[in-house]
Design a protein around this ligand. Sequence first.
Ligand code: ATP
Ligand code: MN
Length: 483
Amino acid sequence: MKKLLRTKICDLFTDESKYNKEVNVKGWVRTKRGSKNVAFIALNDGSTINNIQIVVDFNIIPEKDISKVTTGASISVNGILVESQGSKQKVEINASSIIVLGEANPEEYPLQPKKHSLEFLRENAHLRFRTNTFSAVFRIRHAMTFAIHKYFNDKGYYNIHTPIITASDAEGAGEMFRVTTLDLKNLPLYDEKNIDFSKDFFGKETSLTVSGQLEAELAALALTQVYTFGPTFRAENSNTTRHLAEFWMIEPEIAFADINDNMDIAEDFLKYLIKYALDNCNDDLQFLSKRLADEEKNKKMQDRAPELIGKLKSVYESDFERITYTQAIEILLKSKPNKNKKFAFVIEGWGADLQSEHERYLVEKYFKKPVIITDYPKEIKAFYMKQNDDGKTVRAMDILFPQIGEIVGGSQREEEYDKLNSIIKEQNIPEKDIWWYLQTRKFGTVPHSGFGLGFERLMLFITGMGNIRDVIPFPRTPKNAEF
Ligand code: ATP
Ligand code: MN
């Protein structure tokens, strides 16, 4: 076989200088179909959702030479790139030689050239990258990662790497995963019951982080605009389609910004990411839109998810509704599903924690656009949120999206030393865990704000996928850490 530089399949469709020239492509076979004199191979290398069609003329390459070219096999192809005869594709390759790099025995290869269920593909997560759906999802995931860094970089934010192993559970955001090197069969005790963590690796109890926020705040109080983008771990036993035990979170933190600035930034950021996907991931979004429409067509009209690209555009063009928690409760109390007890958690009155069913009612039924809720009761929010003068509420803000519910949680932070100190005492947060955080309020404190965007929740929204396990390559959920 003649040695040629490999061309990416995506470039074959866009680079007209390659027409009528000999090219080499490498990839994995999606399908092979044939007739008496000719075979057609659909080949994909992950660079685009579109397959390149390889035309094999049995007068040039004998049929027996491509008997091992089956779905899943990897091959290298030389041939002339020509404008296609068929109407389905723009270009195709008339093969002059084909080498099988790796066979995929059809008797054993788990993926067949047919539709597989998402559950089946989850059990075959090592191979699901090779499907149209998952290659589209993970290309978009990359594009979103890049867009996030670009957004902040262009605006002069600094990316801060906050620690993954932490010694404080100050956030109280959820159950934590312990990190230890102690021998679990022979734990050092300092009395009958209690483990002596001074013997542990770090000399104290440590866990995987549930948020990078507290450390990001330290950085913001010097660098003014910072953000983290890292893995986050929560051992909450919530087996939902929107919770992972290991997920990625983007957490900007901005000095000299109040709750209103915070909402403006978060709304602008989310719209930027949606626009970036629309502008840069069109082929994949078109594919996912068709896929979604296909899934939804068997559902009742009122249960169907909206068309994907139209939904993205509509959120991009909308002004997010901004209401207080108190207003949200008033709307929910008057709502039909609450009066008819259709909600799993019926709202009894002010103070109730909002569940995803309530959030989705507000977004999908009531306002029909994203909603930002502010000023939550302090009892249901974290200690670090700025207290309002009413003594009851804090300057929290949650952003709620259609189909998702909460996608962003944020707040203005309590910057006054005395107020922060008293709430820390009230909630029995040990001084030894939090002294450094408190100290930033003693020296050069300023109003500041920030929020956390769950990356996989964003991915659910952008791709229209229904289960959070399908937008991260290797999901970690209760009883599941395969691959
Ligand atoms: P929820 O009420 O949905 O569990 P939360 O209030 O625990 O969310 P925060 O602690 O405010 O969430 O975290 C910030 C963001 O991180 C959330 O808005 C959400 O987008 C995302 N997030 C939180 N928990 C998870 C999880 N277990 N898996 C994936 N994303 C999550
Ligand atoms: Mn949670």
